[in-house]
Design a protein around this ligand. Structure first.
Ligand code: AMP
Ligand code: MG
Length: 542
């Protein structure tokens, strides 16, 4: 069964969506349009139709994302919207397709992966002349679904929808989410792959980004020695997504290198942001790395609660911890090396690629230092003193269970005064400790020791307390999508109550504001959530 094409639309803003499907128009297509599993050669995509579902029902939509597309909010609440964004109907100018890409999964080359449960609807050019690609996640099988069903469940869709919007409002480069709909159908999932399959409500998220091209989109061509197609995709990407590199006609090796350098810089910037807010992606495979340096593919991600650089929420990765919080900067570099290998045939020289990879390391280091200076309310990162200051902080934060988000937020409240004993110095920070009663005199001494050094360092800068507080509170969020909050929203949504999804969406639009009325969403993880599935442990099963 195919989705219907809607010719007559009652809603004027849906009718006015301005499609310009550059990707399918300019890039090589798979000539086969059947929806059968296959290896797809010499093509960037395969045409495929979303699978219609029983009863689309809106759970939530993001008004800002609708605005980006020039869609009115009222349109998003209507029946036509629900039908279209659950995959039942197509607008006349939509031209749905699934992309072919490969990737390294957990360090091993996995061959062809592709959009196994994502179907692109086309690209919209908005009134500001911005290009936005629309993609349904969970809209049914594609030629790339391998052994899986192409579907998504409410649990993982709530997580993707809320987190991508939360990340955007935190200032982290990310794909966006327009809508979250129930399909009215049940989907079977074995959440921990342990022989306990369960029926869960099916859902579809509409993701929005300038492009969904991944590192793996290039790798697949090089692996297959399809260099002509590799060149086509690289040239297209530079022309469409990096227009400031100013290419016309044939692209020179110089431009390819400038492009790769920019990817290195953007990736470094994205990782610095993750480290700033305590985000752990969970599956940094090369197919989950955006060529635009956007956070993409929200699966078993998590937020650091107690600060622990070795933590990963992904149970599939629990043993090796490849994608643990503190390893993300190294993994991004490893992934960039794979991309460098993939574009090597167009460049044929290793040295400039190595130089660009060095640029990643340098940009990351510089970006990290600037970010830490901001988090600590310093005018500038002074390596002579601040390398030690931050290294000591890293130890202090791990001495006892300390909530990263609350710690930085409360640190801004500290006021340099003389003659404070250890206990009174710690008072503003007590809320950040999971078990304040476990703080021994020795811990207190060490933490206060660091705080004293920190306050002396702050005093050297001469910023007023208000200035420092403002600087810190603009980069240290008060509200993040804590793992247990997402789970509470899921629990309610699974019981048919979508209010918490919508409430969190609103709160997370202003993560740096105090929002006294929403204080409860800034609280540290409650004890019940410590070992609960979904709160501290997740798997790729979604
Ligand atoms: P991930 O690492 O979760 O982004 O997914 C790795 C690959 O598996 C991608 O090619 C996905 O499209 C595919 N995949 C994940 N879940 C499903 C599913 N339920 N049905 C089909 N393909 C899937
Ligand atoms: Mg993926």
């Amino acid at each position: 069964m195919k989705a219907n094409i809607t010719k007559q639309l009652a809603d004027s803003s849906l009718a006015a969506l301005n499609f310009d499907n550059c990707f399918v128009r300019e890039l090589p297509a798979d000539p086969d349009s059947s929806n059968q599993l296959r290896q797809v050669h010499r093509a960037c995509y395969s045409r495929v139709q979303p699978t219609p579902v029983a009863a689309p029902q809106l759970v939530a939509f993001a008004a800002e994302v609708a605005q980006l597309l020039n869609l009115e909010s009222a349109a998003c609440e209507g029946e036509e919207f629900a039908q279209i964004f659950a995959g039942n109907q197509l607008l006349p100018d939509m031209d749905p397709y699934a992309c072919c890409y490969g990737g390294h999964q957990f360090g091993n080359w996995a061959g062809q992966l592709g959009d196994g449960r994502a179907i692109n609807l086309g690209e919209i050019v908005n009134q500001q002349d911005e290009r936005w690609a629309l993609q349904l996640k969970g809209a049914g099988p594609t030629p790339y679904s391998r052994r899986a069903d192409g579907l998504a469940v409410l649990r993982s869709s709530v997580r993707e929808f809320l987190c991508s919007e939360a990340m955007h409002h935190l200032g982290v480069p990310t794909t966006r989410a327009l809508s979250l709909l129930l399909t009215g159908e049940q989907v079977t999932r074995d959440m921990f792959y342990d022989g306990h399959p369960k029926e869960e409500p099916g859902a579809v998220v509409c993701r929005v980004a300038p492009s969904f091209t991944r590192f793996g989109s290039f790798q697949i061509f090089t692996w297959r020695n399809e260099i002509e197609q590799l060149r086509q995709l690289v040239d297209y990407t530079i022309r469409t997504d990096f227009p400031h590199l100013g290419i016309h006609g044939d692209v020179s090796v110089t431009v390819y290198l400038q492009w790769f350098e920019e990817i290195c810089r953007r990736t470094a910037e994205m990782i610095v942001h993750w480290m700033r807010v305590g985000f752990v992606h969970g599956v940094m495979n090369t197919d989950n790395m955006s060529i635009l340096g956007l956070t993409i593919d929200y699966g078993p991600y998590g937020w650091l609660e107690d600060y622990n650089p070795d933590w990963t929420p992904n149970t599939t990765d629990a043993q090796g911890g490849r994608y643990r919080f503190g390893n993300q900067p190294q993994i991004a570099l490893w992934n960039l090396v794979q991309l460098a290998n993939a574009i090597y045939p167009l460049i044929q020289e290793a040295e400039p690629l190595e130089a660009a990879l060095q640029l990643y390391s340098d940009s990351y280091q510089q970006g990290w230092q600037e970010m830490m200076a901001q988090k600590l309310g310093l005018k500038k990162f002074e390596p002579a003193t601040d390398l030690l200051l931050t290294a000591e902080l890293d130890k202090v934060l791990q001495m006892v269970e300390t909530d990263m988000t609350i710690f930085y937020r409360k640190l801004a409240d500290l006021v340099p005064t003389d003659d404070q004993d250890d206990d009174s110095l710690l008072i503003p920070l007590l809320d950040a400790f999971y078990k304040p009663e476990d703080l021994t005199e020795q811990h207190k001494g060490q933490i206060s020791g660091w705080l004293r050094t920190y306050l002396e360092r702050v005093a050297q800068d001469g910023l007023s307390n208000t200035e420092r507080l403002q600087q810190m509170n603009s980069v240290n969020p008060k509200y993040v999508l804590r793992n247990y909050l997402a789970q509470l929203a899921i629990d309610k949504a699974e019981a048919g109550d979508h209010s918490l999804v919508n409430e969190l969406l609103q709160v997370l639009r202003h993560p740096y504001a105090e929002q006294p009325e929403n204080e409860k969403f800034a609280r540290k993880r409650p004890e019940w959530a410590r070992h609960r599935a979904g709160c501290s442990m997740l798997s790729c099963s979604s």
